[in-house]
Design a protein around this ligand. Structure first.
Ligand SMILES: [Zn+2]
Length: 74
């Protein structure tokens, strides 16, 4: 089971496999913790914030997943 690392966010994945959980989590990140700004964000790119105090990062959906996983490896 995968849990969201955002403070105050109680989201958890309910998925049969780690891969499915990751996919759900990536979707959750994009839906709940991403934003669209006025600057041009290319198609397929997302903006994510991995931590409450962190900076917004413009990246691809896939890279967002990797970045998030890395943030759990500390
Ligand atoms: Zn969350």
């Amino acid at each position: 089971m995968k849990r969201c690392s955002h403070p105050g966010c109680s989201w958890r994945s309910i998925a049969p496999s780690e891969d499915a959980a990751l996919a759900q989590f990536a979707e959750h990140l994009v839906e709940s913790h991403s934003k669209t700004v006025d600057v041009d964000i290319p198609e397929g790119m997302v903006q994510i914030k991995l931590h409450e105090e962190g900076e917004w990062v413009t990246t691809t959906f896939e890279e967002a997943r990797k970045l998030h996983d890395r943030s759990h490896d500390d």
